[in-house]
Design a protein around this ligand. Structure first.
Ligand SMILES: Cc1cc2nc3c(=O)[nH]c(=O)nc-3n(C[C@H](O)[C@H](O)[C@H](O)COP(=O)(O)O)c2cc1C
Length: 172
C-alpha cells in the first residue's frame, strides 16, 4: 500500500476488541519506533509497554485508553536530548512525537488500530509507573484491533481544513 493510502486509512479508534496484539507485531511497532529520526540522533525517547491487566489497570487511573489491550507510554528524556543553543528549547516533545507517529503508522500497516492520547494526568502516570524525574510522558498510544467500523479514508475532504487555508507560499 502506498503511504498516502495508508495515511488516509489510519483513524483514531476508541473501541477495541479484547484480542491481544501478537508479540511479532509488538516487535515491529518497537522497530518502527527504533528507526524514527530524532534531533541530532539523540534518541531521547523512552518507551514503556503496558499490556498486563495490572499495568492497564494502573493506566486507567490516569486516562481512558479505550479498552485497548496494549498501550505504549512514550516518554522523553530531558537529560539526553538535543537542546537548541539559541533559545534552550529541548526537543523531547518533537522526538517523542515522531516516534509515536512511526508507531501509529506501523500499527495501521499491520492491521492494528490506535488512538493517540494526550488527555492524561501526567502526575498519576509518573507515580503509577515510577517514571524517573528526568523523563516526561509525552504521549500514550492505545493499540489493538478495532471493534466496529472505522472512519472513512475519504473523511479528510470534510474533516480537514483545506490545504490552501493552511499552506502559504513565500509569505503569510
Ligand atoms: C497530539 C494528539 C493528541 C491527541 N489526544 C487525544 C486524546 O487525548 N484523546 C483522544 O481520544 N484522542 C486524541 N487524539 C486524537 C485526535 O482527536 C484525532 O487524531 C483527530 O480528531 C483526527 O481524527 P483521526 O485521527 O480519526 O483522523 C490526539 C491526536 C493527536 C495528534
Amino acid at each position: 500500500m502506498d503511504f498516502l493510502t495508508l495515511a488516509k486509512q489510519r483513524c483514531s479508534v476508541r473501541r477495541f476488541k479484547k484480542t491481544e496484539v501478537e508479540e511479532e507485531k509488538l516487535e515491529k511497532l518497537l522497530e518502527a519506533a527504533h528507526v524514527a529520526p530524532t534531533a541530532a540522533n539523540q534518541q531521547s525517547q523512552r518507551l514503556l509497554v503496558v499490556k498486563s491487566a495490572e499495568g492497564l489497570q494502573k493506566l486507567s487511573k490516569a486516562t481512558n485508553s479505550h479498552g485497548a489491550p496494549l498501550a505504549i507510554i512514550i516518554c522523553g528524556d530531558h537529560d539526553n536530548v538535543f537542546v537548541r543553543p539559541f533559545d534552550g528549547k529541548d526537543m523531547v516533545e518533537i522526538d517523542a512525537t515522531i516516534v509515536a507517529d512511526h508507531i501509529v503508522m506501523e500499527a495501521e500497516d499491520l492491521g492494528l488500530s490506535s488512538c493517540w492520547i494526550t488527555y492524561f494526568e501526567p502526575s498519576i502516570v509518573k507515580k503509577e509507573f515510577n517514571i524517573p524525574s528526568n523523563l516526561e510522558p509525552v504521549a500514550i498510544l492505545s493499540i489493538g484491533y478495532a471493534d466496529g467500523k472505522k472512519s472513512s479514508p475519504d473523511r479528510h475532504v470534510t474533516e480537514r481544513t483545506p490545504i490552501d487555508k493552511v499552506t502559504f507560499y513565500e509569505h503569510f
